[in-house]
Write a protein that binds this ligand. Structure first.
Ligand SMILES: [Zn+2]
Length: 624
């Protein structure tokens, strides 16, 4: 996917697509779609489609490659009750032997419209709870195979459970007590414009003039929708900070489609004019969940620019069938991860300390990751079809979707480098303005290549950016890219004080992360989630899947293990662990005497605090 290209500017203009205008009208087909979500709390949605057809063979395709998921994750197993008919008579279908998202049929003479009906039987606790649901149109549609999704027009309607409300970026034609009729849009726009529905609904306006921005939130209980005033202020700031950063917007309006439920599934999926943000019921109130919520809001919002508007050429596919290539996900996700944390810090949703704690956690994770000795970062992106779903066991050795967080460290380093080389006059913000800004536009896709990224960096600050990125991303790199932290005026240190970002992870996973002391992550019940092969727990013999039942002769609890680690610091005796491995038990002796260790950043007074500069608020001061 790393191709030689024309000058970036010409290449970009040639490849600009706006919703639905890239296709000649003769190729267009128009589908009517009627979705009945009245049984959403039972995790079943009913879809009826009317598709114009001609007599002869026809293949219908169920969306397979889902934008933003970068992988063939269309939930084909959830498509049930699939039936075809025309003029009141059933039509037989046969699934393709190899492409299992394709269904072949033969349209009889005299038939001009095909009726398709099926149900979307979603897995419990993934898209719906008893009180809310996310409506993802890609789960509810099939279309003639081979058609560009811009050329498939869809007129959708939606029936809701009695008393439920809805929100979506999809333009509404009419609304009555039974449901909604939407304006006809391309299949591309439809899939990019999901809806949330629910019994308890609340809207928070984030702007009062100009382009509309809002949070549409639905929760399992009305109480979960009580947002603190300072959170709302921070989210309003987030919108202004993003505009100050990018200098332009590429949407007509923007909605955060937020679901708060412990049973409705977690979600974070970007779209041009909205994002699906699925969090826990206590996201507005619990201290750690609120910090994580701000991270999610920042990340998915940045994606409207970095991911939806500017998209790696390998991910800018014409339909939901062509495979996506993930090589440049260190830009798509890595830069988003970076900016998605810079913006909450600039907005006041995070403190400077919260931002630094996250950097420390990420820096430590990658510096202590044994898999980096064999696997270059880019391979975690190239292998994206498997890295999202890769097992948690042996993850430290395997690596997973590291283009997110390790990518963010590389973008921090680039930011600090631009600041240093320009004497503080320029920063990565200038790259973003060139790469993602320009004029305000409706949703559009401007694909890019590796060369386009290098060339734009060089336009901001001449440097060997090709070498910089190649070394850090394409080559095996035994050490994590920490120069953004050290050149930014801070040092990675370890102390006994727990790290905030690690506490967030432990809270969400119900785990205790001791990766930087004994070198293991454990579940609260003592089960081993993962070990670092280079550290004490693995060297003693522990492995993922085992379960600690005794610590120095005492019954397992997280407190007992914490106390044993503290006590071992002043002792030469090993920590004795009795561990279950299947139906057998064995004693392991842990030779670890370093005490509790958690990563933090400590100020280096010999250098200017550039990380402080990175997170300074810009709203109101930025000029175009
Ligand atoms: Zn993302």
């Amino acid at each position: 996917m790393k191709t030689k290209r024309l000058t970036p500017r010409l290449a970009l203009i040639a490849a600009l697509f706006v919703y639905g205008v890239s296709i000649a009208s003769a190729q267009i087909t128009s589908i009517r779609m009627s979705v009945d979500a009245s049984e959403a709390p039972r995790n079943i949605l009913h879809s009826k489609l009317t598709i114009p057809v001609r007599p002869g063979p026809l293949t219908l395709f169920y969306p397979k490659w889902i934008p933003g998921e970068h992988t063939p994750t269309g939930p084909i197993n959830d498509l049930v009750g699939f039936k075809l008919s025309a003029n009141g008579k059933p039509i037989a279908w046969r699934r393709d032997d190899v492409e299992m998202f394709a269904f072949h049929c033969e349209i009889p003479q005299g038939v001009s419209e095909l009726e398709v009906s099926f149900d979307d039987a979603s897995q419990p606790e993934t898209t719906a709870s008893a009180k809310l649901a996310r409506i993802k149109w890609n789960r509810l549609v099939v279309y003639p195979q081979g058609m560009n999704s811009d050329a498939v027009r869809v007129r959708a309607s939606l029936t809701l459970p009695a008393g439920w409300k809805f929100a979506s970026a999809l333009p509404v034609l009419s609304e009555n007590k039974d449901g909604l009729q939407f304006k006809e849009v391309s299949l591309t726009e439809l899939v990019d414009s999901p809806a949330i529905i629910g019994e308890n609904f609340r809207k928070f306006a984030l702007t009062s003039t100009g382009t509309a921005h809002e949070i549409d939130a639905t929760a399992d209980t009305p109480a979960a929708l009580e947002m603190k005033p300072e959170t709302l202020t921070g989210l309003k700031n987030l919108v202004q900070e993003a505009y100050a950063l990018f200098g332009a917007r590429h949407y007509r309006s923007y909605r955060f489609l937020l679901t708060l439920s412990n049973h409705g599934g977690s979600e974070g999926l970007e779209h041009h004019e909205s994002s699906e943000d699925g969090v826990g019921e206590k996201a507005f109130t619990d201290e750690l969940e609120l910090l994580d919520f701000a991270d999610l809001m920042g990340h998915e919002y940045v994606h409207s620019w970095n991911g939806k508007y500017r998209r790696p050429a390998g991910l800018a596919t014409p339909d939901f069938e062509q495979p996506m290539k993930g090589e440049l996900l260190w830009v798509y996700e890595g830069l988003t991860e970076y900016l998605g944390r810079v913006l909450p810090a600039r907005s006041g949703l995070w403190s400077a300390e919260d931002f630094r704690e996250t950097l420390a956690a990420v820096a430590a994770e990658f510096e202590m990751q044994s898999g980096r000795e064999w696997r270059p970062l880019v391979d975690t992106a190239v292998a994206v079809q498997w890295t999202y779903s890769s097992p948690r066991a042996w993850m430290n050795y395997r690596r997973r979707v590291d283009y997110y967080d390790e990518g963010s460290l590389i973008w921090l380093e680039a930011d600090v480098l631009i600041r240093q080389r320009s004497g503080g006059k320029l920063s990565l913000d200038d790259f973003c303005r060139r790469f993602h800004g320009g004029q305000d536009t409706p949703p559009a896709v401007k694909p890019y290549t590796f060369d386009d990224v290098v060339n734009t960096l060089n336009e901001v600050t001449p440097y060997d950016w090709r070498g910089f990125l190649t070394e850090r991303i394409y080559q095996v790199a035994p050490h994590a890219p920490l120069a953004g932290i050290t050149n930014g005026g801070w040092k990675l240190v370890y102390t006994e004080k727990p790290n905030t970002q690690i506490r967030i992870g432990d809270h969400a996973r119900k785990s205790i992360d001791l990766s930087y002391s004994i070198g293991a992550m454990l579940k609260e019940d003592g089960s081993v989630i993962d070990v670092n092969p280079n550290l004490a727990a693995a060297k003693a013999g522990l492995a993922p899947g085992m379960k600690i039942i005794l610590v120095n002769g005492r019954a397992w609890s997280t407190d007992v293990l914490h106390e044993a680690i503290k006590a071992a610091k002043d002792s030469t005796s090993p920590i004795e662990l009795v561990v279950e491995n299947g139906s057998f038990t064995e004693m392991y002796k842990l030779n670890y005497h370093g005490g509790e260790r958690y990563p933090h950043l400590e100020r280096d007074p010999t250098r200017p605090d550039m990380i402080g500069d990175v997170i300074k608020a810009r709203r109101g001061t930025a000029t175009r």
